[in-house]
Structures are given as structure tokens and as C-alpha cells.
Design a protein around this ligand. Structure first.
Ligand SMILES: [Zn+2]
Length: 372
């Protein structure tokens, strides 16, 4: 025992051990409901973990829009780079907009949600998580011509079982949100959940806070309203004024079992190939220095990564890049199938590899990373 202790004392400082994902945390995050603008349930979970006894984060605050901000001070005494990492708490969903005389609820979609995925899905409505169903006439009642039609969202209703408009209004007033009722599940080497976009990013960010400190001042932002225009990240980045920023998110994998699902060639990522690094997307060109730092870090650590093909989409990186006097940014995403639907599927190895890459990138940060 004493011998071993003496040996370890003499040895060079060991590399910071990489933290691991807490999958029970992911389960709680995924099952919680936080449709854009109504992120309270996820915010309460995040605050509870960040403020728990022994937690490493400092200065845990909620900003004016509802994003959660936290600080992990840098190692050492010299001024360190300030690195902001953002993961969004909100998810796509539905908002109640009116009540019909038969007691059904009219709704609009919140965030990029295709009506193709809505029909017949169980939902949870409001803070009481009232069980409902997005109603659809059964095939028995449809003529041959309507059987193959896509039903428009404004022709669908949420049914809570209420029998008149007043009862429906009491249960779910205008502005109440509804989310898919999908339970999180661990599958064989994969996870399935309704809001893995972007609760996986939230869980990775929580693990990065557990796994420090780093030679950078880590600023964490669990942001609101990403799905409706990157709004929380914009003001969070302005407040933090970081030297560099990363968005941790998920990106639609294009390796669907049904290959006919891949008509949009802007998407090239696949499950099992590791974190997807963006060189550009619909609204951002990534900072080349940050791309280089991450690819070199991955190669040195023997971690897999994939380059997401430039094209559509955007992440909180777009908003952070243009905050205040400008911020070098890079988005790093976990590839996931069936994004923005009742259930996304992601590989656990991709999530762990994304965490390990970000951890190694922070642990190996030097002033050279941002040298012009
Ligand atoms: Zn997302």
C-alpha cells in the first residue's frame, strides 16, 4: 500500500479520468416535459443536480429568459480561456390554441414538427401531465380516398376525454403545452426517448461539470427556446462573453433502415461513428481552430468522430457566434435517428464518445488552440 502510494507520487500527474454518462439522469431528463418556452420541469432537474451537496459547479443562476448558467473555475492561477458549452433544455411539441364545443383541443406545433408524425400519438398535456391522444378517425370511418392522405395539423385535435369546451378549457387553457408521452427506454446498446434532442446534450454537459476542473474556465448554459430560434443561447452568450463556445446537440442520422427515407442528401451522419463535428450548417461556419483542436484531440485519444456534411440545420452555435463582439464556435452533435418525432434513437457509445472527446478537448486546452 505505502509502496504504491510512493510510486504514484513520483509519477507524472495522471490524465484527468473521463467521467461517464449517468443514464438514470438521461431517463429523468427525457421523460420530463419542456416544450419551448415552458422549460420549468427540466430546469428544476438541472438546478437540483447542480446545487446538490458536493457538486462542483459554482455561481449557479437562472437568467432572465430561464436558461441555467453555471461556472466551473479553471485549474491554476493564471487567467484562463473562458469556454462556454451550451445544451438546450427545450423540446419540440404542441401548444393548445382553442377548445371545440365537443371538448377537444385545437393545437399548433412548437418548433420543427412535421404533421406526418402526429396522428394517433399519445400525449401529456400541461404541468399535470394529463394523458391525451391526438385524435384521428379510424380507418373504418374513412373512404378509400382519405385513407392515404396526410392529415393537416389544423384538422387534428387533442382529446382529453372532456365533453364540452368549458371542461376542456379548465383542464388545458390556451397556451398550455403538450408533449409526446413516450417513456425513455434502454435498448441493446442504444436508448430511445422523446426528447433525446437535446437532453443527451444536457446529460453530457452535466458529466463535463462532474469531470473537471480543466485548464479553462468552463461556463455551462442549459438553454431555453432553441427549437424556436436559438433564443436562450443568444442572451446567455452575450452575458458570458466567452473566448470560445461549443453547442452540444443531436443531428439527424441519415442511415435509416429504410433507405428510401434519405432523399435529403444534406445529412450524412450515421449511428456508431462517434460525435458529429460541424464544419458548416445552414447558419454557421465553424471556427477552423476549434475543428482542428477537436479532430487532433480525437486522433490522439483514439476516439471516433465524423464530419457532418455542410448543409441545412442550425444549433445554438449560430446564436452564440454572433453574440456581443463575436465568438468562435463549433457544434458537436450525437447522431440520432427519427429526430423530432415521438421517439429518437441514439447509440450509447456515441453519447459516451461525445463526452470523452469534449472532456479530452477541455483537459488538453492550451493558449495555442485559439492562436490565429
Ligand atoms: Zn437540438
Amino acid at each position: 500500500m505505502a509502496k504504491a502510494a510512493a510510486a504514484s507520487k513520483a509519477a507524472a500527474p495522471a490524465a484527468l479520468p473521463a467521467p461517464t454518462i449517468d443514464w438514470e439522469q438521461v431517463r429523468a431528463l427525457s421523460n420530463a416535459t419542456a416544450v419551448s418556452g415552458d422549460e420549468g420541469a427540466v430546469r428544476r432537474l438541472v438546478l437540483g443536480w447542480l446545487r446538490a451537496p458536493g457538486a462542483a459547479a459554482r455561481d449557479v443562476t437562472v437568467d432572465a429568459l430561464g436558461s441555467v448558467l453555471a461556472v466551473l473555475p479553471a485549474t491554476g492561477r493564471r487567467p484562463a480561456a473562458r469556454v462556454l458549452i451550451a445544451a438546450h433544455m427545450d423540446e419540440v411539441g404542441l401548444m393548445i390554441v382553442d377548445h371545440d364545443s365537443d371538448g377537444s383541443l385545437r393545437f399548433e406545433t412548437v418548433g420543427g414538427l412535421s404533421e406526418r408524425v402526429l396522428l394517433g400519438k399519445p400525449v401529456l398535456v400541461g404541468p399535470q401531465r394529463l394523458p391525451g391522444i391526438i385524435g384521428a378517425a379510424p380507418r373504418h370511418l374513412l373512404g378509400a380516398d382519405r385513407l392515404t392522405q396526410v392529415v393537416k395539423a389544423n384538422a387534428m385535435r387533442i382529446d382529453l376525454g372532456a365533453t364540452n369546451a368549458e371542461a376542456a378549457r379548465r383542464l388545458a387553457p390556451v397556451g398550455e403545452r403538450a408533449a409526446f408521452a413516450t417513456e425513455f427506454a434502454m435498448l441493446a446498446g442504444a436508448v430511445r426517448g422523446k426528447a433525446l434532442d437535446d437532453r443527451l446534450g444536457c446529460a453530457i454537459l452535466l458529466a463535463l461539470l462532474r469531470g473537471g476542473p480543466y485548464p479553462v474556465e468552463l461556463r455551462a448554459a442549459f438553454t431555453v427556446q432553441e427549437e424556436v430560434g436559438l433564443r436562450g443561447a443568444r442572451v446567455a452568450s452575450y452575458r458570458v462573453a466567452p473566448d470560445a463556445a461549443f453547442a452540444l446537440d443531436s443531428t439527424p442520422a441519415a442511415d435509416l433502415p429504410d433507405s428510401r427515407g434519405r432523399e435529403n442528401t444534406h445529412y450524412n451522419t450515421r449511428l456508431g461513428a462517434g460525435p458529429a463535428l460541424y464544419v458548416a450548417d445552414g447558419r454557421t461556419i465553424s471556427d477552423r481552430r476549434l475543428v482542428t483542436h477537436l479532430t487532433r484531440t480525437a486522433q490522439a485519444a483514439g476516439l471516433p468522430y465524423q464530419i457532418r456534411q455542410p448543409g441545412g440545420g442550425s444549433t445554438d452555435a449560430a446564436a452564440m457566434q454572433q453574440a456581443a463582439a463575436g465568438v468562435p464556435v463549433l457544434a458537436v452533435s450525437v447522431p440520432g435517428r427519427y429526430a423530432h418525432s415521438p421517439a429518437m434513437l441514439a447509440r450509447t457509445a456515441d453519447v459516451e464518445h461525445t463526452l470523452r472527446l469534449m472532456h479530452a478537448a477541455l483537459a488538453g486546452w492550451t493558449p495555442k488552440v485559439l492562436k490565429p
